[in-house]
Design a protein around this ligand. Structure first.
Ligand code: BG6
Length: 500
């Protein structure tokens, strides 16, 4: 859909001066402006507790864009045009009078810019205040629920609640003000080009889909490793831990895309129906199974990229005896006809040796009697690796005969790199997702039942963990691939983690 033909809207960012706005949202909007994708007239209003005026907000955002824009340097002329779309309103999220001021300002901006009154509210604020803000938006008459006039939509940032009960409560609160199709629960992993490529790869090629099942696949490994630590977000991490921060959303979304049945169309409900089915097919685990099939870890001091780094407990705002996890591994079973008996191993960690997000499909080994008789050692299994980031690409590993008079098999690799073929600059996930929300396309956003189904599994793990505090934290050195227990988790099944 061409942006210019879409009706323009006013985008109101709650948390407009926060970290997310500076690092991701405003730089993404700037890039969309550069590429002429924002509908003509689109206005962006930052709403925050601190700040002075439109002018100071523009200056603050200019510095942020200069630092975080995808394409640098920022062009002065283009910036000026973009800045004329930017506005600021100061206010407290819970004070109805402040929201009334915001409403008056929105109406004035819309009148001046001849905007039709479409509004996209971006809630880049802590989950604990979302309910109040949504209620106040409803009470103050910000939201249109009926079709035919201007539209209202809301984007809700993660974390979406902190367990099943809070996620349900949040959904309830949202549904009293917005209809489901007006709600866009964002998970930026779904906006990544290479995540979407996963679907193209699976469903757009006749070659792989027939192999995508229990008959050919031995197991699947999904890895989200980061070399960074908690980066000044100690307070958040003490509350959340990596299981809520990355596994509940990003990793389960990747699992859904790998495991789901082909949807009938690339449309919001068709895709999301299939994802929900995966989550519902995940085998519920008893506390004993959870303790057996999960591993928690926390980083101790160590070195990353040759530089010494502190342990999690020494990070700012972290309790010196904290038991919070910065690493998690989880063996998951999807019990449906396609995947019964094929384990999915998930792992996520901070302070790993390097940043890598990948999905590795390991295929079954062929019958090897013929080669064994020829004296060949056990063959390595074929592996298909979908690299989400960095070095986005796809690699297929298979065996080839070593040249020579003896029969020796060597693993070789066919490697496709996104950057070699399509160039290096790919759109940021937020660019894509913001445009989708403006167009009203929720295919790449999570539906209510999907979020709740994910929380159901995650909450069982968190409850069991809480009742059984870890005795060994910290248990991996920063700059290593995680605790020993994670190695044992796979070794028990006769398997091992890939070294990405
Ligand atoms: C965020 C998490 O959702 O995703 C962060 O809160 C994490 O802890 C980040 O670092 C990773 O995103 P990306 O796009 O860098 O893989």
């Amino acid at each position: 859909m061409s942006a210019a033909k879409t009706d323009p809207a006013t985008l109101v960012i709650f948390g407009g001066s926060g970290d997310l706005s500076k690092r991701k949202l405003v730089p993404a909007l700037y890039q969309l402006h550069v590429e002429n994708q924002l509908p003509t007239g689109t206005a962006i209003v930052g709403y925050a507790r601190t700040g002075e005026s439109d002018e100071t907000y523009r200056a603050e955002m200019k510095a942020a864009v200069a630092e975080f824009a995808r394409k640098k340097p920022v062009n002065e002329e283009v910036w000026k045009e973009f800045a004329s779309r930017l506005f600021f309103v100061r206010g407290d999220l819970g004070v109805p009078k402040h929201l009334a001021d915001l409403k008056a300002r929105l109406e004035a901006i819309e009148k001046e810019r001849k905007l039709p009154g479409n509004r996209l509210f971006y809630l880049a604020i802590p989950p604990s205040v979302i309910g109040t803000v949504v209620k106040n938006l409803g009470d103050a008459g910000f939201v249109y629920r009926v079709d035919g006039g201007p539209w209202s939509r809301v984007i809700v940032e993660k974390p979406f609640g902190k367990d099943l009960a809070t996620a349900r409560a949040l959904n309830e609160e949202l549904s009293t003000v917005f209809r489901e199709r007006q709600i866009f629960r964002i998970d930026h992993y779904l906006g990544k080009e290479t995540t979407q490529n996963l679907l193209v790869f699976r469903l757009g090629n006749g070659l792989f889909e027939p192999l995508w099942n229990r008959r050919y696949v031995d197991h699947v490994q999904i890895t989200v490793a980061e070399s960074i630590g908690v980066e000044g977000r100690g307070r958040f991490y003490e509350e959340a831990g990596i299981f809520r921060d990355i596994v509940q959303n990003h990793m389960l979304q990747l699992l859904c895309l790998v495991a789901m049945e082909p949807p009938v169309a690339f449309e919001p409900n068709a895709v999301r129906d299939e994802k929900v089915k995966v989550l519902r097919s995940m085998k519920p685990q008893t506390p004993e199974e959870i303790l057996r099939d999960t591993v928690r870890g926390q980083y101790a001091p160590g070195a990353v990229d040759g530089k010494p780094v502190v342990g999690y407990r020494e990070e700012k705002d972290v309790h010196p005896m904290s038991l919070r996890e910065t690493y998690a591994a989880w063996k998951v079973q999807v019990e449906n006809w396609r995947w019964a008996g094929v384990p999915f191993y998930l792992r996520a960690g901070k302070r790993m040796p390097r940043r890598v997000t990948e999905i590795a499909i390991q295929f079954r080994t062929p019958p090897i009697a013929f080669f064994r008789r020829a004296g060949v050692a056990l063959q390595e299994p074929n592996t298909l690796v979908l690299r989400i980031q960095p070095d986005e690409g796809i690699a297929l590993r298979f065996g080839a005969k070593q040249p020579g008079s003896t029969m020796k098999i060597d693993p070789v690799k066919m490697d496709f790199q996104y950057s070699q073929f399509f160039g290096t600059s790919q759109p940021e996930a937020y660019e894509r997702l913001l445009m989708d929300a403006i167009h009203g396309d929720s295919t790449l956003f999570a539906r209510r039942d999907e979020v709740e189904a994910a929380w159901e599994h995650v909450t069982s793990v968190l409850d069991t963990w809480r009742e059984n505090p870890p005795l060994d934290h910290p248990n991996y050195e920063a700059g290593t691939w995680g605790p020993e227990a994670a190695v044992a988790l796979l070794a028990r099944d006769g398997r091992r983690w890939r070294r990405p």
